[in-house]
Ligand binder design. Structure first.
Ligand code: GAR
Length: 200
């Protein structure tokens, strides 16, 4: 699932062309029309769909329709790769969803993580892959990579370095989830076995 440029998604598309990778992308979806992410996926020959948030009366209706659209592809895993909408129970009770976030959670959740980390003045930030629950970037952490803030960094330069490590980590995590599963807080996350429980 994408909302913008889709560089993380594109890294997954490329990785999934190798059968040894263990995971294959079945479709790419977006929450709005006209994203570069969807255009990229179409150019690469992947199935795409758009469920525009703006066309629905409320969040629950949009989530219900999104769950149906996703369901058409019967995925074992949904990857939020620069997908900038909160998902509700309609989606989360049906699928395991992971998200990539450009900060070391639980620091700097939300839509402006890179800006917020810079403004705070941290010297190390990074990227996190986590299971999505109903909170804002609150689900169990699967993996993290640190990125040092360099003198003179602005949001664009820091985000570009974070995105480089995000792509590598996301590709690694999805492949490992597919091939081996993952144990989080003493629970096994196995693909193909329904939504991951994030309740302790
Ligand atoms: C990525 O840096 C991702 O971590 C971030 O949006 C960017 C999408 O880039 N996501 C969030 O901030 C979610 N809170 P991409 O479209 O090129 O993959």
């Amino acid at each position: 699932m994408v909302s913008g440029a889709g560089s993380n998604m594109a890294a997954l598309l490329e990785a999934s062309t190798d059968p040894a990778y263990g995971a294959a992308v079945v479709a790419v979806g977006a929450d709005r029309e006209g994203t570069e992410g969807i255009a990229r996926a179409e150019r690469a020959g992947f199935a795409t769909f758009v469920t525009p948030f703006s066309k629905f009366a409320d969040r629950a209706e949009w989530n219900a329709e999104l769950a149906e659209r996703i369901g058409a592809y019967e995925p074992d895993l949904v990857v939020s790769a620069g997908f900038m909408r909160l998902l509700g129970p309609e989606v989360l009770n049906r699928y395991t969803v992971i998200n990539i976030h450009p900060a070391l959670l639980p620091a700097f959740p939300g839509a402006h993580a890179v800006r917020d980390a810079l403004a705070y003045g941290v010297k190390i930030t990074g990227a996190t892959v986590h299971i999505v629950d109903e909170g804002v970037d609150t689900g169990p952490v699967i993996d993290q990579v640190a990125v040092r803030v360099e003198p003179g960094d602005d949001v664009a330069s820091l985000h570009a370095r974070i995105k480089t490590v995000e792509r590598e980590m996301l590709v690694d995590v999805v492949g490992r989830l597919a091939r081996e599963g993952w144990t989080l807080r003493d629970r096994d996350v196995r693909l193909g076995s329904g939504p991951a429980s994030t309740h302790e």
